[in-house]
Design a binder for this molecule. Structure first.
Ligand SMILES: Nc1nc2c(ncn2[C@@H]2O[C@H](COP(=O)(O)OP(=O)(O)OP(=O)(O)O)[C@@H](O)[C@H]2O)c(=O)[nH]1
Ligand SMILES: [Mg+2]
Length: 289
C-alpha cells in the first residue's frame, strides 16, 4: 500500500486501557486471531499488557483457512508453550476443545476453590483480539445466547461487557484493538484484506490488486479456478488483474474494466471464502516487508 496506515483512534486507546484495568478481574484470556493471518492478527500491545496471564490463542475463522497450515500454526504455538485452538465460532466448532484447554490451564484455580468449598466457582474469561476476529460470535457460541452484538465489519463492540452464562464460564467481551502503524506493509495489507481494518480508510483497488498478486503466488490453482484465468511466468500483473475483472463481467461503458467493482467483488470473495480455504501466513516463512 502506498501510504502506511498510521492511526490509532481514541476508542482503541481507551479499549487498551480498559483491558489493562479489567485484567485483574479475570482468570484467563482468550485472544482471538484470524486463522488466515495468525502472525499479523496478533496485537503486540495486547501481548505486552497480558504479560503472564494464562492465555489461549483462538485461531478463529478456521473454516476459511487452509487446514494444513492451521495445524502447523497450532504446533508452532505449542512449541513456544502457548495453547492455540482452531475455532469456527459461527458454527460452534471447536468449543469442546476450548473448554477442555481452559479447564487444564485453570486447574489450580478450580482446585483451590474446591478446597474452600466453592465447587461452583465460575472461570472468568476476558476475550480480546483485533477487530472483526469473532470475539462476540465466540461469546455467543459459548453462552448459547445472542448476548453480544456481532457484525461483518470491524468496530462493532464499543465497550467491555460481562456476559454471564449458565455454564462454568463468565465472559467479558472487549472491543477489538489495533495498534499504531500495524507492523509491516504486508501485515497492513493482510489485515485490511481480511477485514480487521475499516474498509473506508484504505483504497480497495490497491488492496485487491496487491492481495490478488499475493494469492497468485500462494494459491494459483484457486485463483485460476475462481477467476477463470491462466497464471504463467513473466505475466504482467496488471494485465492479469484486468483479465480477471473482464472474466467476472466488471465492465464499464466502452468496454473498460471497472477496477473498483472487481476489487470489491474480489475482497468480498476472500472474506466470505468463495476463493477457497486460504492462509496468507506460514509459521515456517518469516513475513516479508
Ligand atoms: N467464516 C467465519 N466467520 C466468522 C466466524 N466467527 C465469526 N465470524 C464472522 O465474523 C464477523 C465478525 O464477528 P464479531 O463476533 O462481530 O467480531 P468481533 O471480534 O467481536 O469484532 P469487533 O467487536 O468489531 O472487534 C461476523 O460477520 C461473524 O459472523 C468463523 O468462525 N468463521
Ligand atoms: Mg465484538
Amino acid at each position: 500500500m502506498a501510504q502506511s496506515i498510521n492511526w490509532f483512534p481514541g476508542h482503541m486507546r481507551k479499549a487498551l486501557r480498559e483491558t489493562e484495568e479489567n485484567l485483574k478481574l479475570v482468570d484467563i484470556v482468550y485472544e482471538t486471531c484470524d486463522a488466515r493471518i495468525p502472525f499479523s492478527s496478533r496485537n503486540p500491545e495486547l501481548n505486552r499488557i497480558l504479560g503472564n496471564k494464562p492465555r489461549i490463542i483462538i485461531l478463529n475463522k478456521a473454516d476459511l483457512a487452509d487446514p494444513a497450515k492451521t495445524a502447523k500454526w497450532v504446533d508452532c504455538f505449542k512449541s513456544s508453550g502457548i495453547t492455540a485452538v482452531p475455532m469456527e465460532a459461527n458454527r460452534k466448532k471447536g468449543i469442546d476443545k476450548l473448554i477442555k484447554a481452559t479447564e487444564e490451564l485453570c486447574s489450580d484455580i478450580i482446585e483451590r476453590a474446591k478446597a474452600k468449598g466453592r465447587e461452583g466457582r465460575t472461570i472468568k474469561v476476558m476475550v480480546v483480539g483485533v477487530p472483526n476476529t469473532g470475539k462476540s460470535t465466540l461469546i455467543n457460541a459459548l453462552s448459547g445466547k445472542k448476548a453480544a452484538v456481532t457484525g461483518d465489519k470491524p468496530g462493532v463492540t464499543r465497550a467491555p461487557k460481562w456476559i454471564r452464562t449458565e455454564s462454568k464460564l463468565d465472559l467479558m467481551d472487549m472491543p477489538g484493538v489495533l495498534w499504531p502503524r500495524l507492523g509491516s506493509r504486508r501485515s497492513q495489507l493482510v489485515l485490511t484484506a481480511t477485514g480487521a481494518v475499516k474498509a473506508e480508510v484504505t483504497d480497495s483497488v490497491e488492496v485487491a490488486y496487491e492481495t490478488v498478486n499475493l494469492l497468485c503466488g500462494l494459491y494459483p490453482d484457486l485463483i485460476e479456478a475462481r477467476y477463470r484465468i491462466e497464471i504463467f511466468e513473466g505475466q504482467d500483473e496488471y494485465d492479469r488483474f484486468l483479465e480477471m475483472g473482464k472474466k467476472m463481467g466488471c465492465l464499464m461503458s466502452g468496454g473498460r474494466i471497472d477496477e473498483e467493482r472487481f476489487s470489491r467483488l474480489m475482497l468480498d470473495d476472500l472474506r466470505s471464502g468463495r476463493i477457497g480455504r486460504i492462509t496468507l501466513e506460514d509459521p515456517d516463512k518469516p513475513v516479508k516487508e
